[in-house]
Write a protein that binds this ligand. Structure first.
Ligand SMILES: C[S@@+](CC[C@H](N)C(=O)[O-])C[C@H]1O[C@@H](n2cnc3c(N)ncnc32)[C@H](O)[C@@H]1O
Length: 264
């Protein structure tokens, strides 16, 4: 059996140096090359010395492109199967030295002291039960740019939320274009981890609320963002209070786990 077949199933169609492809029959076309073509004009061609974090790296397509531009890439995924593909493919491309793969969740980054010039966050947000928490965590570790791609629900209309609405004005929330996110309790496209489908207004609002501003939309469902230095202090305060509570919880759970290990 070939290595490609032994490592199947593949979500990324990688064009290997051998001329073979890992998923040539991908239902989304030549994926994710088609998405990369939309994004790459907005990424600096020379990333030498820059630190890039690829979250949900899968088989590593984007990590390879960014490493080829000179970046030092940290690539994380929760799924050991995809990481195995990524390790193997990195060796095929001769890029193993430039990319550090780790099995980790986006939530683990809450405990990270690292900061990254570019945070790559494609195809993961809607798989999370706590998408805003993830964006809040990413704001703390993004130095320059965050590239976000998410499944959305149809519609590009945007109602800019007023600074406040009264209890008796809640019909405003049903207006077409109000930021909203559909919760998918039962699976979408056969995947039970597709939890959320935000509308475009909601993606922008969540990103703002996490302390970013959208600088460009290279394509449908793709948002390039940067930390917003003009974020109102009150928003930052609200966000940080929750993040600190999450970090305190993680620390006390880790301490409790250590204590119970010591007692065994
Ligand atoms: C739809 S794929 C997107 C892959 C790649 N980022 C892309 O855009 O082509 C989702 C990936 O995110 C990973 N993933 C899901 N939940 C995650 C989490 N909490 N933290 C890190 N990775 C996660 C999955 O294992 C999978 O590889």
């Amino acid at each position: 059996m070939s290595a490609i077949a032994a490592l199947a199933p593949w979500f990324h169609n990688l064009h290997l140096p051998s001329g073979e492809q890992t998923a040539p029959q991908h239902p989304l076309g030549d994926f994710p090359l088609v998405k990369w073509r939309q994004i790459e004009p907005f990424i600096a061609p020379d990333l030498t010395g820059q630190r890039v974090l690829d979250i949900g790296c899968n088989a590593g397509f984007y990590s390879f492109e960014l490493a080829r531009r000179g970046a030092n890439v940290t690539a994380i995924d929760i799924d050991a199967h995809y990481l195995k593909q990524a390790h193997w493919a990195a060796a095929q491309f001769g890029l193993s030295e430039r990319i550090q793969f780790q099995q980790a969740s986006v939530y683990d980054l809450a405990e990270s002291a690292d900061r990254f010039d570019i945070v790559w966050f494609l195809g993961v947000l809607y798989h999370l039960r706590h998408p805003l928490l993830a964006l809040d965590i990413l704001h703390e570790i993004t130095a320059r740019q965050m590239v976000l791609q998410t499944l959305t629900m149809p519609g590009d209309v945007v109602v800019t939320p007023p600074s406040g609405i009264g209890l008796d004005q809640r019909n405003e929330l049903t207006r077409h274009g109000w930021p909203c996110m559909a919760f998918i309790e039962r699976e979408l496209a056969g995947d039970p981890t597709n939890w959320w489908a935000p509308n475009h207004a909601c993606v922008e609002a969540m990103v703002r609320s996490a302390g970013f501003r959208v600088t460009v939309r290279p394509g449908h469902e793709i948002y390039i963002c940067e930390p917003d230095p003009a974020e109102p202090e009150v928003m930052r305060g609200l966000r940080e209070a929750e993040l600190q509570a999450v970090a305190r919880g993680a620390t006390s759970r880790a301490a409790a786990a250590m204590r119970s290990g010591e007692m065994r």
